[in-house]
Design a protein around this ligand. Structure first.
Ligand code: ATP
Length: 361
């Protein structure tokens, strides 16, 4: 049983000369408050450089914490070494020992950290190998394994230690798409079965949405929002989250507010039937691609590309210089260069303050 509490966590690095930053500090993690619940699978997601790996490494004890609190089950662990925290980490590059067999790789951590007799260690290694479906690989060395097999061994090595917490840093990013989606399911099943509190880092929002019980979106070192996948998709707290979650991304159009009308510089207008924006002069209107309808009688956008996906189409067009995408039924097939209208229901519209990015509707 482990609950992780992160309060006001800050991690700064001294800037080296090749970092183009003002002052001499890089704030990699900026006052993050986050609770990871017992047995939860929490995904940290955000663009490259947003600080997610640093936050994970702080939880692991691989980075010192500059400020704030980190607690496991209520006990502060800020100053505990990684080896004293009962966490197991899985990395993108597997980090297996190349000169050891799979059997030795799996047992090595246990040999170091426990006083178990070698027979017991071997029994545990074999049972984990069975669980992971890698018994046949036990006598092999990492160099003889495929990427997927190596990643399985790396996972097995984390599990064999029976840690309180799993920390995974982009563990699937070196695998091809098919294997990646198979391993996603496998990791989820394992985590479910073992019930170990897990923090999983990825930059891939699809992976985050597929895997996370809850997802924490990070940008610029700051936590933007944490919630279940549907909550982030349906009720993003700001423009960044709306834009980051969802594929293709949400359409965001800058509009001036005139009462219950919105007017874009490209002539596109929208009138809400019973909604009015107060106190904000300019908004970003957000429409998810699946909520945007194409009207072949209208002329708001010019079609640039129609991607036929089989059961649906992604229709790209230009509203002035802004690219717009609609996700439609396969039967909607406008021609490239054709001008079409766009429409959506009031309920489908998201509105963000153009200045602050905060959600208004
Ligand atoms: P990626 O997905 O590309 O790994 P990330 O979201 O995991 O990105 P971090 O690796 O946590 O981001 O980096 C966050 C910020 O901290 C970046 O600006 C990075 O350059 C900086 N940083 C990370 N490690 C160090 C370090 N050891 N020394 C100085 N700056 C660092």
């Amino acid at each position: 049983m482990t609950q992780i509490d992160i309060e006001g966590l800050v991690k700064t690095y001294e800037a080296s000369e090749d970092h183009d930053v003002e002052g001499n500090e890089i704030v990699a993690v900026d006052h993050v408050d986050l609770q990871v619940r017992d047995e939860e699978f929490l995904v940290l997601v955000g663009p490259s450089g947003c600080g997610k790996t640093t936050l994970l490494r702080c939880i692991a004890g691989l980075e010192s914490i500059t400020d704030g609190d980190l607690r496991f089950n209520g006990d502060q662990v800020n100053h505990l070494r990684a080896s004293e925290r009962d966490v197991a980490m899985v990395f993108q590059n597997y980090a297996l020992y190349p000169h050891m067999t799979v059997r030795e790789n799996l047992g090595f951590g246990l040999k170091l950290s426990t006083k178990l007799p070698s027979d017991d260690i071997d029994r545990r290694v074999v049972s984990i190998a069975e669980l992971m479906g890698i018994e046949d690989l036990l006598p092999k060395k990492p160099g003889e394994l495929s990427g997927g097999q190596q990643q399985r061994v790396a996972l097995g090595r984390a599990i064999v230690r029976e840690p309180e917490v799993f920390l995974m840093d982009e563990p699937l990013s070196n695998l091809d798409a098919k294997l990646r989606s198979e391993m996603r399911t496998e990791i989820q099943e394992l985590q479910n079965e073992l019930g170990v509190t897990t923090v999983y880092v990825t930059h891939d929002q699809t992976e985050a949405m597929a895997m996370g019980d809850r997802i924490a979106v990070v940008n610029d070192g700051r936590l933007q929002q944490v919630g279940v996948p549907e909550e982030l998709y349906r009720n993003p707290t700001n423009e960044f989250v709306a834009d980051f979650i969802g594929s293709p991304s949400i359409n965001l159009i800058t509009m001036d507010v005139e009462g219950n009308r919105l007017v874009s510089e490209f002539g596109f207008e929208y009138e809400f039937s019973d909604y009015q924006v107060d106190d904000v002069a300019t908004v970003r209107l957000g429409i998810r691609p699946e909520d945007l309808e194409i009207d072949r009688g209208g002329s708001d956008i010019e079609i640039s590309v129609v991607e036929k996906m089989g059961n649906e189409n992604f229709i790209y067009g230009k509203l002035g210089d802004k690219e717009i995408v609609a996700r439609t039924d396969a039967s909607v097939r406008p021609d490239t260069g054709e001008r079409v209208g766009i429409s959506f229901r009031d309920e489908a519209a998201y509105l963000f303050d153009a200045q602050s990015g905060s959600a208004l509707k």
